[in-house]
Design a protein around this ligand. Structure first.
Ligand code: HAM
Length: 461
């Protein structure tokens, strides 16, 4: 056996390896890893969200992943798909019924009440970028864990804030070059909804036997939910249903018209969709969703391509003026929206949109021998603290292997310290573009390197 290993130059540790590998463990169904290669795109979107949050004065909120079950039951509604089918609910070891958050509006409202944020100048504006979990049927654009970037504004009933939410979403998506419109509707105030529910129920009653079982349940529990059905039969029936916009009270109509006026004025691409009701029970008044213009696009080679799940909403939101009361606060108007990060990433990736900047170091530190390595580890620290974009391969011994890394990274300069340079108290700087090498005094290394880097003008992440 060992002779065979020698002939084929197979290392002897092969002998110690297990005969069969263990069954690989994989991600749980519907969950996805995001690898380092995905991060430039993730961070591109994150940066646009951060910029909008900064410019519109939203402060970041981080809430726990676990919440009490009652929080979502009371706010999203027991009959909603979210609560009835999609929540990761379990009893913890102490017997408390808890939920891994499926969304962050209700937790944000809880935090607003729990921490007395009502005492701050209103509106209180918060944003978040966090993972959510929903036990949805996994398919293109629908995952069991996904990130949402969201904005919530508490304590101000002005339609200016309804417009602000639509504007923020549209501007973020436009800056990422995604062709998109905001689809808007108003669910009106209590008065409007009561009037509308009556006519809707009378209309749907004629077709109730034709509705799929799930929609019959919706019809009895909350008839407005039927409008949100994804079933073909139901969709055909509701296409001719009375429209809520015809039943808005004067106040609700005025509020909605003001929103439209702001959107018109700012050239925000919008579509009036009187059938849009959204899947959560807490909405009152304005509701909206950001929907891509099409799921198809023409590639630069002139080929037609379809984006899987390409017409799914990239984000959505609305007013929820009653929700704060549901979590134990006093009546407080509020509005918000959340963008789905993975769906946005799919759009950018599939359409080949928005150039995604990647981090690129400018300088590589190479060493020959252990003494040189220690000195370079120190120099690395100093350059980092000056803000230089440095890279290294300190675990590699040979300078050839190190310079291969430098080439792969595409750095502008390599700085090398060998035995000779240690003796001479110098260091070598090589311009990787021109190939010119200079020997400089080791003591001046930091200032000389920083001088050269300041001349590189790059627009990088
Ligand atoms: P939502 O419409 O349930 O609203 O979710 C908002 C966005 O999250 C969706 O438009 C979509 O982009 C993304 N999303 C939802 N479910 C999935 C999934 N299974 N896989 C991938 N992405 C998904 C809310 O959650 C509300 N809390 C939004 C809001 C904030 N309303 C007021 N303030």
């Amino acid at each position: 056996m060992s002779a065979l290993l020698a002939i084929y130059k197979i290392p002897t540790y092969i002998l110690d390896m297990p005969k069969t590998l263990k069954k690989p463990i994989q991600t749980v169904r519907g969950m996805r890893d995001m690898l380092p290669v995905d991060m430039p795109m993730f961070e591109l979107i994150e940066n646009e969200i951060r910029k909008a949050a900064r410019d519109y004065s939203y402060g970041r909120l981080i809430t726990p992943i676990l919440e009490e079950y009652a929080l979502f039951k009371r706010t999203a509604g027991e009959a909603s798909d979210l609560v009835s089918k999609e929540m990761y609910t379990f009893e913890d070891r102490g017997g408390d019924k808890v939920v891994i958050r499926p969304e962050l509006t209700a937790p944000a409202a809880r935090a607003y009440v729990e921490h007395g944020l009502v005492n701050l100048p209103q509106p209180v504006k918060i944003w978040y970028l966090e993972p959510m979990l929903r036990y949805d049927r996994p398919q293109a654009g629908r995952y069991r864990q996904f990130f949402q970037g969201g904005f919530e504004s508490f304590g101000d009933a002005s339609p200016v804030l309804d417009a602000e939410m639509c504007i923020i979403g549209i501007r973020i998506l436009q800056s990422l070059k995604i062709p998109v419109k905001v689809h808007i509707n108003s669910l009106g105030d209590n008065e409007s909804r009561t009037a509308y529910k009556k006519v809707l129920v009378a209309y749907l009653k004629q077709f109730v036997k034709k509705l799929p079982e799930d929609d019959q349940r919706r019809f009895t529990e909350n008839p407005l939910r039927v409008l949100d059905s994804k079933e073909k039969v139901t969709k055909e029936i509701i296409a001719d249903a009375p429209k809520i916009t015809d039943y808005l009270s004067e106040n609700a109509k005025e509020h909605f018209l003001k929103l439209i006026d702001y959107l018109e004025d700012l050239d925000i691409p919008y579509v009036l969709n009187p059938l849009l009701v959204r899947g959560l029970d807490y909405y009152t008044g304005t509701v909206f969703e950001f929907i891509p213009d099409s799921a198809e696009f023409i590639t630069s080679e002139g080929k037609k391509r379809e984006i899987p799940g390409g017409l799914l909403s990239l984000g959505g939101g609305g007013r929820y003026d009653k929700l704060i009361e549901e979590v134990g606060g006093k009546p407080t108007p509020a509005i918000g929206m959340a963008l789905g990060i993975e769906r946005i990433m799919n759009q950018i990736r599939e359409r080949g949109l928005a150039s995604v900047p990647t981090y690129k170091p400018q300088i590589f530190l190479g060493h020959i021998g252990d003494d040189a390595r220690k000195k370079m580890m120190n120099l690395f620290d100093m350059l980092r603290s000056q803000g230089a974009r440095v890279a290294q391969a300190f675990s590699k011994e040979g300078i050839k292997a190190q310079l291969e890394v430098a080439h792969r990274l595409g750095v502008r300069y390599s700085v090398i310290l060998g035995q000779k340079e240690i003796v001479d108290k110098t260091i070598l700087i090589r311009d990787m573009e021109s190939g010119i090498q200079e020997t400089i005094d080791f003591k001046k290394a930091v200032s000389e390197i920083m001088k050269r880097l300041s001349k590189i003008n790059e627009n990088l992440l």
